[in-house]
Ligand binder design. Structure first.
Ligand code: ATP
Ligand code: MG
Length: 137
């Protein structure tokens, strides 16, 4: 079994879409292994998205991720990293496949309702960044 790290982002939380997104997540075969609601500080958001520091949208991204609470998730299933990226759909909802989470719930490329780790290595780093060891079952 593989684990990945996911976030239900502040846009979706504000629109009361946590339940809908979790329903899609469970229907896609993921076990929710840890879940926590957090209002990220600027420091957390800047650290988490540090690879994008030089991108033109970095300021907007940090503003967005800190505008309200989000839901942090540890998700488990076979091939979890790739399957979660597939279940979320493309970064830009305009390019996301029918039925994907971003197609259904995202507003725009910036406010795109969900995050998913992009590799097994980054999943391990991101899970460790947000979850203390004893909160992962
Ligand atoms: P995430 O890392 O959140 O799962 P991703 O891996 O699909 O998304 P990245 O390229 O890592 O996409 O971008 C990280 C986040 O930065 C995106 O999810 C989105 O919120 C924001 N972002 C990416 N590209 C743009 C853009 N062109 N304009 C505004 N925001 C953007
Ligand atoms: Mg990414």
């Amino acid at each position: 079994m593989e684990q990945t790290f996911a976030i239900i982002k502040p846009d979706a939380v504000a629109k009361n879409q946590i339940g809908d997104i979790l329903a899609v997540t469970e229907a896609a075969g993921f076990k929710i292994k840890a879940m926590q609601m957090t209002h990220m500080t600027r420091k957390m958001a800047e650290g988490f998205y540090g690879v994008h520091r030089e991108r033109p949208f970095f300021g907007e991204l940090v503003e967005f991720m800190t505008e309200g609470p989000c839901v942090l998730l540890c998700l488990e299933r076979e091939d979890a990293v790739a399957k979660w990226r597939e279940t979320m759909g493309a970064t830009n909802p305009a390019n996301a496949a029918e039925g994907t989470i971003r197609k259904r719930f995202a507003e725009s490329v910036g406010r795109n309702c969900a995050h998913g780790s992009d590799s097994k290595e980054n999943a391990a780093i991101e899970l460790a960044f947000f979850f203390a060891g004893n909160t992962l079952v």
